[in-house]
Design a protein around this ligand. Sequence first.
Ligand code: NAG
Ligand code: NAG
Ligand code: NAG
Ligand code: ZN
Length: 226
Amino acid sequence: MNPCALCILLLGSFFPPALCITTADPALFINGIPYSTRSYWMRRANKALQDVTRSLCPFAAFGTAIVNHTYAQGLGDLICIGANQNGQTGNPSLHGEIAAIANCTAILTDPKGRFRLTPSEAQAAFADLTLYTNAESCPMCASAIRWAGFREYVYGTSIDTLICKGWGQIRIASVDVFRASFDLPSRTRLMGGVLANETDPYFLWQYDPTYPCPRGCSRSPDGMSS
Ligand SMILES: *[C@@H]1O[C@H](CO)[C@@H](O)[C@H](O)[C@H]1NC(C)=O
Ligand SMILES: *[C@@H]1O[C@H](CO)[C@@H](O)[C@H](O)[C@H]1NC(C)=O
Ligand SMILES: *[C@@H]1O[C@H](CO)[C@@H](O)[C@H](O)[C@H]1NC(C)=O
Ligand SMILES: [Zn+2]
């Protein structure tokens, strides 16, 4: 047996094989950024929920933070946040990632804002940015991430976990969307499972009446947290 096959076999006994083969160990120092920094921004993606929806436990608990990490030092620069706004706006495509991309575009091109970029400069700016989302993107959002040409895409909870816990999903993993997008000029580094121990609880209560509500929330008689 070749050593590589043995390695996969051994790792497979500790980790789910699909995760191990398609995404890196989230604790690694990828693109020069320590796990503590990744965790900081994943927590910011969680907190975007509260900032945008004004609820501690929105049902559609999908939050995003978009960050510029290309500075040599420090945590990086937050460009914008976003959270799922389907319910608030009636727009079914406003998933957290799409809302954040729209918000960042508005912030980057705001004539009175920090950046004051032209539309073409704003489009080009995404190549420096990292998108953190507390759950793996659906194929619509994963495609938008590739179209935007982000430098990095980092998720917490996996689509597999969402499916296991009752969420209706279009069953195409982000790695499959990325694999199919080789015609696009940009490249995006994909990292998954980052701080999943803290993102998972946002998604485990909605369809499971025995799972505790998120901190600060309680279950209303219809079974929803509020
Ligand atoms: C991101 O950081 C790089 C390096 O400092 C800078 O050149 C670029 O303009 C920044 N992009 C945005 C959108 O702030
Ligand atoms: C857009 O991002 C800004 C900066 O992070 C944030 O203050 C604002 O709440 C966000 N707006 C929406 C609608 O998500
Ligand atoms: C989640 O895991 C990370 C990394 O192992 C750890 O630093 C963090 O404290 C954990 N969070 C909780 C709430 O246990
Ligand atoms: Zn989506």
